[in-house]
Design a protein around this ligand. Structure first.
Ligand code: NDP
Length: 294
């Protein structure tokens, strides 16, 4: 038996198409063009590539993209001044400050300064608290994408045993909250979890968000489980080039799981698609309109 491969690239493209439809509707019915501002400090090549893809897909979905590039030497005060300017700009509905930031910057203070209504990364404590309280919130994009992918396999997650390996604020914790909201029974595992393989084997839905190449082995997986691999690990490949692998040993897991995301081409493409979803949702909420159909 071989697991169904969950094609994140195609699913993300479909989602971006739906976002494009909502953007068109907002602009024709209400004269609103959602705008996403991305702030990039310095010239980290991975961040540059990511910001470039975000810009391209924002424009393709019919939204406005505002790029702000600041030098590596920028001061906290200068960065805060830009965030405050974007908070006040009515053409901007979503603000994303690309992480990591250089050492002279207090990242949490910067994230806390973003207007929660425009916090399309969902990292502001107000949005984290609203999510944990079951209130409407802007939710971090990667966990949102994970839920979307899991629901392509299991349209209802209610009553399923879900195990999330990893408890970061950007993936593991919000993912656990979203799974609870879907009525799954949730276990969050981490570096101190005892007998992690046995915990993982309980899972109907297994999410790996650790950052350790191929840590989750085939015999950690319950036969037929849905496996969502969030990990992105760059390792040496053939011909001196590097390649990306996940936190799950794919070749082993594919023989046991019922469905599995590949790396690359699984969760990765969903993150940007969900950023666009959040920007449209933010634009609607700011205008006092009902939640869009994405
Ligand atoms: P963090 O480093 O912030 O968190 C990693 C988590 O894994 C921690 O909770 C840590 O536990 C846990 N962990 C570490 N080692 C072990 C272990 N041996 N056994 C069990 N748990 C362990 O990472 P992120 O959440 O930011 O990212 C996780 C992965 O997801 C990375 O590969 C990252 O690149 C990827 N990622 C992918 C995205 C995408 O778009 N596809 C977006 C964001 C991240 P503890 O808390 O105890 O230290």
């Amino acid at each position: 038996m071989s697991a169904r491969i969950i094609d994140g690239k195609t699913i993300a493209a479909e989602l971006r198409g739906k976002v494009g439809g909502e953007v068109k509707r907002l602009s024709t019915q209400h004269g609103i063009v959602p705008g996403l501002a991305v702030v990039l400090v310095g010239s980290n090549p991975a961040s540059e590539a990511y910001v470039g893809s975000k810009k391209k897909m924002t424009v393709e979905a019919g939204m406005r993209s505002f790029d702000h590039r600041l030098p590596e030497t920028v001061s906290q005060a200068e960065l805060m001044a830009l965030v405050n300017k974007l908070n006040a700009d009515p053409a901007v509905h979503g603000i994303l400050v690309q992480l990591p930031l250089p050492p002279q910057i207090n990242s949490q203070d910067v994230l806390n300064a973003i207007d929660p209504a425009k916090d399309v990364d969902g990292f502001h404590p107000i949005n984290a608290g609203r999510l944990a309280s079951g209130l409407p919130a802007l939710v971090p994009c990667t966990p949102l994408g994970c839920i979307h992918l899991a629901k392509t396999v299991r349209p209802s997650l209610a009553g399923l045993e879900a195990v999330v390996v990893g408890r970061s604020n950007i993936v593991g914790k919000p993912l656990a909250q979203l799974l609870l909201a879907e009525n799954a029974t949730v276990t969050v595992a981490h570096s101190r979890t005892a007998d992690l393989p046995a915990v993982c084997r309980r899972a109907d839905l297994l999410f790996a968000a650790v950052g350790r190449p191929e840590m989750v082995r085939g015999d950690w997986i319950k036969p037929g489980a849905t496996v969502i691999d969030v990990g992105i690990n760059r390792v040496p490949g053939a011909n001196g080039k590097s390649r990306l692998i996940g936190d799950v040993a794919f070749d082993e897991a594919v023989a046991v799981a019922g469905a599995i995301t590949p790396v690359p081409g699984g969760v990765g493409p969903m993150t940007i698609a969900c950023l666009l979803v959040n920007t449209v949702r933010a634009a609607c909420a700011i205008a006092g309109l009902p939640k869009p159909a994405v």
